[in-house]
Every structure is written in C-alpha cells, then in structure tokens.
Design a protein around this ligand. Structure first.
Ligand SMILES: C[S@@+](CC[C@H](N)C(=O)[O-])C[C@H]1O[C@@H](n2cnc3c(N)ncnc32)[C@H](O)[C@@H]1O
Length: 339
C-alpha cells in the first residue's frame, strides 16, 4: 500500500476485533465462504497438502481402477475441486458424470466456472439430498469429517451396491493437524495481544497529525509496546511461517509504516489493517474446525464400524505421510458396498 499502489477495493466499516467464535456450523460455513471467495487476504495461501503429489497419485489410481465405463461420482466437501479434477483426467471417459457437493456455494461456483460439465450441490455432508444408491463412486478429501459422524451413513446410503468409497481424512496429532493447531493458537493469541488495536490507534493518530499540522505526534512505540512484545513472543514461539506468514506480514508492515509514514498512503494502510482485523476470527474458526474434524485411531475404528453397519466392506484404514519426513498426515479409508 505504498503511495501510488492500487487500492484494495473492499470497504469495511467495523474496526472491532472479535474473539474467534466456536465452530458452530454457521460460522464454519461463513469462514469457508470467505476463504473460497478469495476475499480473505489473511487466508490466501492455499493449503499445499490438498494437491500433494502423493494424494494426486492416490486419487488417480482410485479412479483408474473403477472398472466401469462411465461411473457416477459424488465428491463430498469438494472445495475448489481438486478431487474431481483428478477424476476428469483419470476416468476413461470423455464426459464423466461428476457431482460435487460442499457447504460453501462460493467454492462450488469456482468449480462450475472451471469445470462447467460438473454438477454441483450446496449441502451439508450430513444431509445429502440424493437418493439411495445413486452413485458408483463416493469420495472426499479433507471434507466429510467436518460434518461429523452423521455424514458417514449418508455417504454409505448414496453409494450403490458394488460401488466404491475412498476418503482422505484429517489425522489427529499428525503434521497437518499440528500446523492447524499452531495456526489456531497463534491467531487467538495475536487477536488477544492488542497489537492490531494499538496499530489502529497509531494509524488514526498519524492520519490526524497529517491533517492538523503542528500537532505533536504520539510515539508509536510507546502506544504499541505491549502488543509488540506479545507479537514478538508469538513469532518466536511458533515461527514466522505460522498462520501462513500472516502475523509476521502484519507485524513487519505495521513496523515499516510506523518507521516512515510519509512513504505510505495512510488511509489505505488503515483500511488494510481493518480488513486484517476482520478476517482473523474467520481464519481462527477455519483452523479450529480443521482441528475439531481430525480423527484419532479410535475415531477411525468407530467410523469403520459405522460403514460396516451400512453394508460396506472396509480395507484396513492406513495413515499416509505427506511431509517426506515420515510423520503421518492423513487417514486413507477405502471401502466397497456389498452387493
Ligand atoms: C479443507 S477443505 C477441502 C476441500 C477439498 N476437498 C480439497 O481437498 O481441496 C474442506 C471443505 O469442506 C467444506 N465443508 C466444511 N464443513 C462442511 C459440511 N458440514 N458439509 C459439507 N462441506 C463442508 C468446506 O467448505 C471446504 O470446502
């Protein structure tokens, strides 16, 4: 937001910083909508693990081995459609019959734009508006588990006898979980640190000083010392990369602006900071929902029993490592509905 640079276009009026809300489904939906809308500056970096080569290979192998000329596929909690994209390439048909569902209509709109032949359905994974046995294949990657246990019988219900299911699920205690947990803790601490409110006060003062010449400028460092100390502590403990670098970026940018305010468009800086303040609770909600969704071994055992109750034969669930360092990252579950 240096002078002369393009203005951010969003107009946000509320400057208050809210505590992260609980993972109520309505908040989770809003947080995901904001994420997929691209409106969320603080959550822009896309999670690289969702398109990790090992996962792309896993899906590719699954679709290549379906054994049916033109299977009907339902992907649950599709996000912006990485799994259906692999299906497009791997299924041996020129016009695959693919349905994507997600609680976020914004995510689905992105899929419709990229893959116009795909059908979409905005719904909760625990309440699928499809008939029994409608699909030959049911898939979900880091998605169905957000909807809780009720989503499992639903996935089983819409699968036809002989149909196949593959799920990639968050693994509690794994490296992705650890990252989300650090992001959540850091985001919560940062919101509580007062840094953003103090920076807002400083920006307000700088703007006011600029307008009324001769007024003494309050020392930004004095106003911000408590927030600076806490934020430095957060960055030292969690690392600069935490929250995908957002806290570090906010910290460094505010410092640069305070050091030489005349080089910046302060109204724009104020607007940017307000946006960051508003987006941080949604980011925390999304991170909390990922942590809440992650499954322990006993959760996976319960999930397998649930699938078996609904006539699925389940291969042994296995953890998969995506980090290259051997740490587990996700669960893979495969099952076939008995005929
Ligand atoms: C981590 S993203 C994964 C998206 C995609 N499957 C991928 O691997 O890139 C989780 C997705 O679950 C969706 N979601 C969250 N809660 C849901 C629910 N209760 N029912 C359906 N979708 C949900 C979110 O909107 C989001 O798109």
């Amino acid at each position: 937001m240096k002078k002369g640079q393009a203005n951010a276009s969003r107009g946000l009026s509320n400057m208050s910083i809210k505590e992260p809300e609980s993972s109520h489904p309505r908040d989770v939906k809003a947080a995901w909508n904001s994420y997929w809308s691209g409106a969320s500056t603080s959550s822009r970096p896309k999670a690289p693990e969702t398109s990790h080569p090992a996962l792309l290979e896993l899906w590719s192998a699954f679709f290549a081995s379906t054994g049916k000329a033109n299977p009907r596929l339902l992907d649950i909690a599709s996000g912006d459609g990485i799994v259906p994209q692999v299906a497009f390439e791997a299924l041996a048909t020129s016009s695959p019959d693919i349905t994507c569902s997600d609680v976020s209509p914004v995510a689905l709109a992105a899929i419709e734009k990229r893959m116009p032949s795909v059908q979409t359905c905005s719904c909760d994974a625990a309440q699928l508006p499809f008939g029994a046995g409608e699909f030959d294949l049911v898939t979900s990657q880091f998605g169905i588990e957000y909807a809780g246990r009720d989503a499992i019988p639903e996935a089983a219900r819409v699968l036809r006898p002989g149909g196949r299911l593959q799920l990639v699920l968050h693994l509690r205690g794994g490296d992705i979980y650890q990252k989300c947990r650090d992001n959540l803790l850091a985001a919560e601490e940062f919101m509580e640190s007062g840094f953003m409110q103090q920076a807002q006060t400083v920006f307000d003062n700088l703007l006011a000083t600029g307008k009324s010449k001769g007024r003494d400028r309050e020392n930004p460092v004095e106003i911000m010392t408590p927030g600076i100390e806490k934020t430095v502590g957060i960055i030292n403990r969690f690392g600069r990369h935490v929250t995908d670098g957002t806290i570090d970026t906010i910290f460094m940018t505010v410092a640069r602006i305070c050091r030489s305010p005349s080089r910046f468009d302060l109204a724009e800086a104020q607007h940017w900071l307000k946006t960051m303040c508003e987006e941080m609770p949604g980011y925390a909600t999304r991170m909390r929902s990922m942590c809440d969704a992650a499954l322990r071994k006993e959760d996976v055992d319960a999930l397998v029993s649930e699938l078996e109750k609904h006539s699925l034969e389940v291969d042994s669930p296995r953890p998969i490592s995506l980090s290259g360092k051997g740490a587990d990252s996700a669960w893979v579950i495969r099952a076939t509905k008995v005929v």
